[in-house]
Design a protein around this ligand. Structure first.
Ligand code: BYC
Length: 472
């Protein structure tokens, strides 16, 4: 196990001390990062003490240390998973060669683009969530929001480290640009669609953590297979933190579902809104929205980019090394959903060009497991209602279904039906206004807003009334 050097200004387990040039580049970037954090990070809470988890080493036991800290003083740093001695490239044209410790010159541009695209999502999500603090449903949730935010900040550091360490001057320029783009900005938007959407309320936040952070899990897992070893090691460590973000999402939505069910039982009614909860049909609409936005993040169903990333050995499949095939995929096929006139059919496509769709399939199956757990909550209250994922073609902006309208149950429909029905499928302005009206801050210790059930347990085994954020 490698300890993390906390004496240095930038905590790290990469012997930063021995690479003065890189240390200087990062020390130059750090104040710009802090400036960005103060401008675009959690609004109104920079001076408050928050009970946060900080990484102290990268092994399974030791990476979580809890304590109070003001967010601008959080020890952002650079932590890579331990090297695997003798690691090889496990797929693509270079399969069997030693993993690259330096950037392979011929793939420099493609690799940089992948790293920048990944890096861009991290500050974007912090920007999207910056106003949520003032409407928190409890101190517990407020603290979880900030935990997610500082970890996204650290993930940005992780990508900036790779850019600065391995891409010279253009890497440093990209690192600066990561702090200059802004989520939702017309002139300098974030790179991927979902990261320019608004996250105006806590239902959206929990959905984002469930659906969009889960894209993070699958993309990071694919990059963790990379033949470029520094990227692989960085992503492996990032994945340990990503799991917590998805927990925040799944348990957050689960608690809202539970509260809706409690109200339905207690008042023997479906009119959950009358009693200040979020009704299940509204939750379904938010699922439809966030799932479809996140499905776009996997790119086109048939993609030569994806084929190239794989053949070059830069981005693998989810759990690449566990798969039993030739890891080259030149001959295989994969079943892909596509359009044939006004029908959705499946077709066999080359396995290489279908890699985005394969990853999307892995992702959908994982999402479905989470939705099943929400449905268990509903069932346990004896209520006859099932939450579902929308069809993969629903409301897509990227790929084969971008040009057509598809219903949540997977029918290609005309404009007229879309116009008549989309208000049943997606949050309307009224729905958003209603959810918005519930967003009144609850900040007394141990109290939780009426529209969400209390958490099953505290963070790090703390009591229900623990002071997760010192607001005083
Ligand atoms: N929005 O062949 P195509 C996370 C572009 S989330 C806008 O269809 P490709 C996190 C694409 O860039 C994980 N543009 O797709 C979560 C390409 O442009 P160029 C983020 C899009 O390239 C929560 C063109 O369309 N990590 O970590 O095979 C909180 C045609 O591309 C979109 C990554 O994404 C879109 N949705 O795959 C915090 C991993 N989709 O090159 C963090 C790195 C596609 O023609 N990225 N385009 O100008 C990648 O692996 C790939 O870039 C993508 C796209 C999977 C995103």
């Amino acid at each position: 196990m490698a300890g993390i050097d906390y004496v240095e200004q930038i905590p790290n387990n990469v012997n930063l001390n021995e690479n003065r040039r890189l240390l200087r580049a990062l020390e130059e970037w750090q104040p710009k990062f802090l400036e960005w954090w103060k401008d675009m990070g959690p609004h109104g809470y920079q001076a408050k003490e928050v009970y946060l988890r900080t990484a102290i080493s990268v092994d399974a036991q030791g990476w979580a240390k809890f304590g109070y800290i003001r967010m601008p003083e959080y020890r952002w740093g650079i932590f890579l998973a331990e090297p695997e001695p003798g690691r090889q490239i496990n797929f693509g044209d270079h399969q069997g060669s030693p993993a690259w410790q330096e950037v392979p010159g011929e793939y420099r541009g493609v690799l940089r683009r992948l790293i920048v695209t990944q890096g861009d999502t991290e500050p974007a999500s912090v920007e999207q969530q910056r106003h949520l603090g003032r409407t928190c449903p409890s101190l517990y949730d407020l603290r979880n929001l900030f935990q997610v935010n500082v970890e996204e900040g650290r993930h940005l550091w992780a990508m900036v480290y790779i850019l600065d360490a391995h891409f010279g001057r253009d890497g440093r320029e990209e690192s600066e640009a990561l702090l200059q783009r802004r989520s939702g900005d017309h002139d300098k938007p974030r790179i991927l669609g979902a990261f320019n959407e608004r996250t105006p309320d806590w239902l959206s936040f929990f959905m984002f953590c469930f659906f969009t952070d889960r894209d993070g899990k699958y993309q990071l897992a694919s990059l963790a297979e990379s033949g470029f070893d520094p990227l692989s090691r960085t992503c492996r460590f990032m994945l340990t933190e990503e799991a917590h973000h998805m927990f925040v999402g799944e348990s957050g939505v689960g608690r809202i579902v539970q509260r809706a069910c409690e109200i339905m039982r207690e008042h023997k009614t479906d009119d959950v809104r009358r009693h200040g909860g979020v009704d299940l049909p509204t939750i379904q609409k938010y699922i439809n929205f966030h799932c479809s936005v996140s499905l776009d993040l996997f790119g086109s169903e048939v993609s030569t980019n994806a084929a190239n990333f794989y053949t070059m050995g830069l981005k693998g499949r989810f759990e690449e090394t566990k798969k039993k095939d030739d890891h080259r995929l030149k001959d295989g096929t994969y079943t892909v959903a596509t359009l044939a006139g006004d029908k959705i059919i499946t077709r066999e496509e080359g396995a290489l060009v279908s890699l985005n769709e394969r990853l999307r399939d892995d992702y959908i199956a994982d999402c479905q497991r989470g939705v099943n757990r929400w449905n268990e909550i509903i069932k346990s209250h004896g209520i006859d209602f099932t939450l579902t994922l929308p069809h993969r073609g629903f409301r897509r902006a990227i790929g084969a279904f971008a040009e057509v309208k598809v219903s949540p149950d997977g029918r290609v429909i005309g404009e007229a039906e879309w116009d008549a029905r989309h208000r049943d499928w997606l949050p309307t302005e009224e729905d958003q206004a209603y959810v918005g009206s519930l967003m009144q801050p609850v900040t007394e210790r141990g109290r939780v807003a009426n529209w969400i059930a209390p958490p099953a347990r505290g963070v790090n085994s703390q009591a229900a009334d623990f002071e997760y954020v010192r607001l005083g």
